[in-house]
Design a protein. Structure first.
Length: 475
């Protein structure tokens, strides 16, 4: 189902009507959520739905086992089995193509005529719903025995269609509380949900796809060596493209959930106004960042095992984050770059703390470091956009001028579009860096809200050209 289509809007409306028609029966509402989620997912792939339902049952049984088991050794075994199964399943689907290519190259293993092997693909959304499932098992282990989980509750949690494809990654406890609530129709939540969906569509369709994507594609598709100015334009174009693409999806997910009276955690909070790489990861893809923090970084010792171990834990966490994104070495390099800068930043802060240098009090240095952070993050996105590791280093090498670079090839209109988005993003994110954007918008007068909605609808209706799939669907 296309999330930009009238069919999706109609589907949301039908689900909302059925959901609220269940009156005060939380059981009926949960059944409606499970049915709507499985039907929604089946529209992408029936085979993938079978995998999702199998994973749901397996993790429910693991969670039920944790609830019923008192012995510490037994509980650890169950939790370890859940983590191993979840991680192993993701690794299989993410790396099977790479493994087959490796086997074909080094061992002459040919998959031609073997459709089962040729057609193995990562099920859409698995990276997200698997992390949700794994977090539920770890939380159940930490909570201790006795907390019973019903199959209906668990199924509603893993198949909730607004976040099923690309997050946000929610925790079972947070969702169960909301599923159990009466959730009567709330005009404010419904109006807020509609606004979020429109804003998400605007960010994805207009900013990411119509203004930025073709500029990025034009530079990366050049056969001759691009000029360093072209590469820098593409760097900031793609930084905006991936942000508005992913945040646009998140807005649609949050809006769809809000129509049902359910609140999802935000994924972004002005990430390009960050005051450091660590601050960036508290603002970018926040539910994934917090997942790695709570279920990997802290259990590995976090900052409690000495400074050297702290720095290594930062690098290792980001390497695993890179592996989560994909099987190519370019994602591993992307993770290493972020991990390295996190570690260096931490070392620098430790040195400044020892020497009692109040760097945070210097506004000019803070601004300079924010600009530097944005540049590092934007350059690192090259590993995401480039088709290979070789292409990534090729583009990075052309960030500085050289004699073999071609003349500047972008049109003035391309520059104007990227400049408009970059400047607009900088202004908005600086203004709302320490404020809640959605709460601020909800506080404006009704006429202003109506004007904003009309402008969003008018902008979306003028969309022309092809739409790209959401970038994070590939992960």
């Amino acid at each position: 189902m296309n999330l930009f289509s009238f069919t999706f809007v109609l589907y949301l409306a039908v689900v909302a009507v059925l959901y609220y028609s269940a009156a005060k029966s939380s059981r009926k509402k949960k059944i409606i959520l499970v049915v709507s989620g499985t039907l929604f997912y089946s529209m992408f792939s029936v085979a993938n739905l079978a995998i999702l339902l199998t994973i749901t049952i397996i993790f429910y049984l693991l969670a039920a086992g944790l609830s019923a088991t008192d012995k510490s050794s037994g509980r650890k075994t169950i939790m370890a089995a859940g983590i191993a199964f979840g991680a192993g399943t993701m690794l299989f689907f993410k790396y099977i193509s790479w493994a087959l290519d490796f086997a074909g190259y080094y061992f002459n293993f040919d998959t031609t005529g073997q459709p089962v092997l040729e057609n193995i693909r990562m099920p859409i959304g698995m990276s997200f719903y698997m992390f949700s499932a794994m977090s539920s098992i770890i939380d159940a282990y930490r909570a201790g025995p006795g907390k019973k989980i019903s199959l209906l509750d668990y199924s509603a949690y893993l198949t909730f269609f607004p976040y099923l494809l690309s997050g946000p990654i929610m925790r079972f406890g947070d969702m169960k509380i909301q599923f159990d609530d009466e959730n009567k129709p709330d005009n404010n939540k419904i109006a807020g949900g509609i606004f979020l969906i429109l804003l998400g569509l605007f960010e994805k369709m207009i900013i990411s796809d119509q203004l930025l994507s073709h500029v990025t594609d034009k530079v990366y598709a050049l056969k001759e060596t691009p000029s360093f100015i072209s590469v820098w334009v593409a760097v900031f174009s793609y930084a905006g493209q991936i942000y508005y693409d992913f945040n646009g999806y998140t807005m649609i997910a949050m809006g769809g959930a809000s129509l049902l009276g359910i609140r999802l955690n935000p994924n972004f909070n002005c990430p390009y106004a960050s005051s450091g790489i660590g601050d960036f990861w508290r603002r970018w893809h926040m539910t994934l960042s917090f997942w790695f923090r709570d279920y990997f970084y802290i259990p590995m010792g976090g900052s409690k095992k000495g400074k050297i171990r702290h720095y290594l834990n930062l690098i290792l966490t980001m390497l695993i984050c890179g592996i989560w994104h994909g099987s190519s070495l370019k994602y591993l390099c992307w993770g290493f770059v972020h991990g390295l800068f996190l570690a260096v930043e931490r070392i620098g802060k430790d040195i400044l703390k020892v020497k009692k240098i109040p760097l945070a009090d210097n506004a000019v240095l803070r601004l300079a470091y924010s600009v530097f952070t944005c540049a590092v993050v934007s350059i690192a996105w090259i590993f995401f956009r480039a088709g290979s590791l070789k292409k990534s280093f090729y583009m990075i090498s052309n960030l500085v001028p050289s004699s073999n670079q071609a003349a500047f090839t972008l049109e003035p209109s391309d520059l104007a579009k990227v400049a408009l988005v970059v400047c607009g993003t900088a202004i908005v994110q600086i203004i709302f860096r320490n404020r809640n954007f959605l709460e601020t918008i909800s506080g404006v007068s009704a006429p202003v809200k109506a004007l904003l909605v009309m402008l969003l609808i008018l902008s979306i209706s003028t969309m022309s050209g092809n739409l790209n799939a959401f970038i994070y669907f590939q992960f």
